[in-house]
Design a protein around this ligand. Structure first.
Ligand code: COA
Ligand code: AMP
Length: 629
């Protein structure tokens, strides 16, 4: 079957296509059909089937006689540790953890927040929740207390599972004090917290609230998998929107297991027993889909890597991991390769390792620039596949389906729409645009299985954010075009979301933090180009008349405030004080024009600008930061 045949068959008869794909996983009760469209434009998949995501990711492989296969390889250059966990060991560990959670009252539908670094226990915590039908919500370790508190209040967890610490190169991240700080700020309080004590730091446990990961599992009855409905939420994953309130993307169990299982062969060309490595973090969607659920559900080995592409200890780390663990497919963000290329431009370290196991490199999370793709192609000699997706979709909207047919790679394009996605380019009025014309990228409803059905307890926001602008479509928030061969090009976001080192961040959330500074009257945050991270946030601060603090001090305060409130991952280090912000006559800040000025690009004077002279002031202000023409 060619890609074209496959895509057309999914379009012609989605129900038949996705019922066939559903045969790839185990069901306790078979669904009567794939698509449930009774509440359109809200759609659900496999709603009346019953299954368990942990069973599909773990137990079924043991039952099939593959218990001795390696499920997880933990490779941690920052702690000098390597460890392998087989499927049977994983099953036993997860069943015991689930039993302990159940003994403390966690059951189907309860929410559990997981705040852990890249250690196997993070996956075990996710799977233990899935085993019970509890809904996990993993919070990325680079977020600070305030962000954690916002998530605690939004999803009101019964329990929080955290580690005592994380390890970043050169510093220990004190998770426990961050958790305690979040609980001080949050209105909602969990019944209990489970703390995994790492040997690098043993945290103080709060009597009556905190239990020790090992201690609370002692002597408990292991839990079996609880079958849940196909539309039962497996997890909530918060992602940046345009405001400080993140969006809680909901993932239903049935569609998620089916879609990820389908992608492992068709998109990534993996076979059970082979090693898949997504060098990301469990705190992001890539980690949910392709460190945890996707590879395990398909019976592959997954790599949990606690390290960085450079500096742990050098730019050869990725090649060492590929060699040591016989990785077949590597998935990471282009930033990681830019970092490696910067430290080892000639790729001299590549030759030190036997990379014969590696068959493909997949890139996503941000735009893959041609230089990086060409460098990777040249040094690795395998197909380098850009693919495009979002937290909301959970798997690729567009990609190059290596397991079906390796389509020609066009550098600059994440290739073609995956089956189930009817991708279209629309103008402002929602009319389809011509081939090659730039517009908003939208996907005709329904979206395929595995994609978001709604936002956690925010159905109105789901409608407003995704379904209202273009009725009948899902609005992706990205702008781009499609060429004559059906290849897609992703050019920019249409909202205030920026992408820093493959991490999705909200400039609106940063503005909310800056605006809270006593001396800041008004502010704007934009994303400026950065050779390593793709984009970096840059803040413009207008101070109150008569502000007593020196401008340099306000800048310092603001940098610290963003780090303390959003977290180090925001990488907010560039800020300047300006007298005024450029605005339209109706008062809208001209952020797009500011980005062009900072990036030193040509721009058209906005017809609606209130006072063009301010643009010169902006150009002057960004110069000391190394930006502008
Ligand atoms: N816990 C705590 N802090 C974290 C963290 C975590 N899990 N992850 C990152 N941080 C911190 C970093 O230590 C850094 O802090 P600093 O300001 O004190 O140096 C800050 O957040 C910014 O991190 P990052 O943007 O990752 O920059 P970096 O300079 O540490 O590393 C790269 C740059 C390119 C090496 C790194 O971004 C990388 O490996 N990217 C791969 C992309 C990726 O994994 N994307 C996920 C989506 S696929
Ligand atoms: P996230 O939800 O964190 O995965 O971020 C999703 C956003 O990252 C998308 O909406 C795009 O803006 C961007 N993105 C992800 N993958 C790609 C890609 N392959 N090319 C260009 N942009 C991408």
């Amino acid at each position: 079957m060619t890609y074209g045949d496959l895509y057309e068959s999914a379009k012609r008869d989605p129900d038949a296509f996705w019922m066939e794909a559903a045969k790839g996983i185990d069901w306790d009760v078979q669904p009567s059909k794939a698509l449930f469209d009774e509440n359109a434009p809200l759609y659900e998949w496999y709603a009346d089937g019953k299954l368990n995501a942990c069973w599909n990711a773990v137990d079924r492989h043991v039952e099939a006689g593959h218990g001795d296969r390696t499920a997880i390889i933990y490779d941690s250059p920052v702690t000098h540790t390597k460890r392998e966990i087989t499927f049977v060991e994983l099953r036993n560990r997860v069943a015991t953890l689930a039993g302990a959670l159940r003994a403390k009252g966690v059951g189907k539908g309860d929410r559990v927040i997981i705040y852990m670094p890249m250690i196997p226990e993070a996956l075990e915590a996710m799977l233990a929740c899935a085993r019970l039908g509890a809904v996990h919500s993993v919070v990325f370790g680079g977020f600070a207390s305030h962000e954690l508190a916002v998530r605690i209040d939004d999803c009101t967890p019964k329990c929080i599972i955290a580690a005592s610490c994380g390890i970043e190169p050169g510093r220990v991240v004190h998770y426990k004090p961050l958790l305690d700080g979040a609980l001080d700020q949050a209105t909602h309080q969990p019944d209990f917290c489970v703390i995994y004590q790492r040997e690098q730091e043993v945290a103080h446990l709060e009597e009556g609230r905190d239990v020790n990961w090992h201690g609370f599992q002692y002597g408990v009855e292991p839990a079996d998998c609880v079958p849940v409905e196909g539309n039962h939420p497996l997890y909530i994953l918060y992602t940046s929107g345009t405001t400080g309130q993140p969006k809680g993307v909901v993932r239903h169990t049935g569609g998620h297991s089916v879609a990820l299982n389908w992608t492992m062969k068709n998109l990534y060309d993996m076979n059970p027993g082979e090693v898949f490595w997504a060098a990301s973090d469990v705190g992001w969607v890539v980690g949910h889909s392709y460190i945890c659920y996707g590879p395990l559900t398909y019976g592959c080995t997954t790599v949990v890597f606690e390290g960085k592409p450079v500096g742990t200890p050098d730019a050869g780390t990725f090649w060492r991991v590929i060699r040591d663990h016989k990785v077949k497919c590597l998935f990471t963000a282009p930033t990681a390769f830019r970092a490696i290329k910067r430290d080892d431009p000639t790729g001299s370290l590549v030759g030190d390792y036997d990379l014969s196991s590696l068959k493909s490199l997949f890139l996503a999370g941000e735009r893959a620039d041609p230089d990086t793709i060409e460098w990777a192609q040249d040094k690795l000699g395998v197909p380098v596949i850009d693919h495009w997706w979002q937290t909301e979709t959970g798997w690729a909207i567009a990609g190059n389906p290596l397991g079906v047919e390796a389509l020609p790679v066009k550098i600059g394009s994440p290739s073609v729409a995956m089956p189930g996605y009817d991708v279209q380019i629309l103008d402002e009025g929602g009319h389809p645009m011509k081939t090659g014309e730039l517009g908003a990228i939208a996907v005709k409803l329904p979206l395929p299985p595995g994609t978001l059905p709604t936002l956690w307890q925010a159905e109105d926001r789901f409608h407003a954010s995704y379904l209202t602008h273009f009725p009948g479509y899902y609005e992706t928030g990205d702008a781009g075009m499609i060429d004559e061969d059906g290849y897609l090009y992703i050019m920019a976001r249409t909202d205030d979301v920026i992408n820093v080192a493959g991490h999705r961040l909200s400039t609106g959330a940063m503005e909310e933090v800056l605006a809270a500074h006593a001396d800041v009257a008004e502010c704007a945050v934009i994303g400026v180009a950065d050779a390593l991270k793709g984009q970096l946030p840059m803040g413009f601060l207008c101070l109150n008349k008569g502000a007593e603090t020196a401008p340099e001090q306000v800048v310092k305060d603001c940098v610290k405030m963003v780090r303390d409130q959003i977290g180090p991952v925001a990488a907010f280090k560039l800020a300047v004080v300006v007298d005024r912000l450029p605005k339209t006559r109706s008062g809208k800040i001209l952020r797009g024009t500011m980005v062009k000025i900072a990036d030193g690009q040509e721009f058209k004077m906005p017809a609606t600008i209130d006072d063009p002279a301010i643009l010169d002031e902006i150009a002057e202000a960004v110069k000391p930061l190394g930006y502008g023409a």
